[in-house]
Design a protein around this ligand. Sequence first.
Ligand SMILES: Cc1cc2nc3c(=O)[nH]c(=O)nc-3n(C[C@H](O)[C@H](O)[C@H](O)COP(=O)(O)OP(=O)(O)OC[C@H]3O[C@@H](n4cnc5c(N)ncnc54)[C@H](O)[C@@H]3O)c2cc1C
Length: 350
Amino acid sequence: MSLDSSTAAGEPIQTEVVIVGAGPCGLFQVFELGLLGIGAHVIDSLAHPGGQCTELYPDKPIYDIPALPVCGAQELVDRLMQQCKPFKPQFHLGQEVVQFSRRETRFSIGTAAGTRFDAGAVVIAAGVGSFQSRRIGIEGAEPFEGGGILYRVKNASALEGKRLVVFGGGDSALDWTLELAPRVRSMTLVHRRSEFRAAPASVAKMRELVAAGRMRCFEALPHSLTVADGTLTGVNIKTPDGAVHALEADHLLVFFGLHPKLGPIAEWGLELEKKALKVDTEKFQTSLPGVFAVGDINTYPGKKKLILSGFHEAALAAFAIQHHLYPQKRQFLQYTTTSPIMHQRLGVPD
Ligand SMILES: Cc1cc2nc3c(=O)[nH]c(=O)nc-3n(C[C@H](O)[C@H](O)[C@H](O)COP(=O)(O)OP(=O)(O)OC[C@H]3O[C@@H](n4cnc5c(N)ncnc54)[C@H](O)[C@@H]3O)c2cc1C
């Protein structure tokens, strides 16, 4: 299994199937295709697999996965990763799929990072859409986004010796505050409430740094930017008593969490209903032959957005994809219990 977060340049990657989305349904799709001897590349805009389970509720228990009376959401993702491992899927993480087109019988897929694929079939397992950072939402912020205002830290060393103001109260905000505090000229954490969502140990450590005078922490909201000669020089924050305080800063690091956006998928010309892709219930194929959709992203009469439903959809889609790619091939149902070819694919000794 390869977890590749890098950008590939040059020729498009040739593959039987591209799966857009590494949530639970995308991961189970890898498994179901693998059983039929079909390989897949999996792309996700997040830096890790797991979709909503990992991003929104990793520590919560799930009670409706068949034969697992209780299973942590992250545990489910770890198990799915383990289950699909024999089929050696190639993961391209931290890359949003932004380009899609059909070229005769093949599909061209491109990511924002520049990786390109040439695939025989596409499975869209994009859930509720790709997760995007919540923006700071103050006037005049846009021109500084990606420069003075950052929503993720790609290069921590570039922030060394700078004046930083970190916004947020979750794990990302606290982790980066603690990581960068010893390496920067000044560190200020701003959170809209006095309670934090981050791990209690991180919050305690941050309070120790504040008590030692090594950083500051405010309960406040961002109010406005201060700019001189086109350069960001700081931010004004508004505390609960209505007072506005000026903070000097070279960079604002904003960790207000992520929200899903259907994004480019809405522009691919596939038939949509209420922001979901319309599919049939035999093949889970979209309005474009060769393009399938499983999990939360699809809709059909009676659709329920449950992991279990997505797993069933992935199983039937795999057979339909096999028929789409190899129409001459005779299809018959085999049991994993007894099929020598499936054992071989799974790496199970007979
Ligand atoms: C708090 C909470 C509790 C839940 N509890 C349960 C439960 O108990 N039982 C249950 O069955 N379900 C539960 N669900 C619902 C369940 O999590 C979803 O049904 C499931 O995650 C859907 O899986 P998916 O693979 O279809 O999509 P997702 O998990 O949403 O994954 C989709 C992935 O696609 C990626 N993606 C989207 N667009 C692009 C793009 N253009 N380029 C690259 N990547 C893209 C996203 O980044 C994401 O990682 C719960 C949901 C929540 C929020």
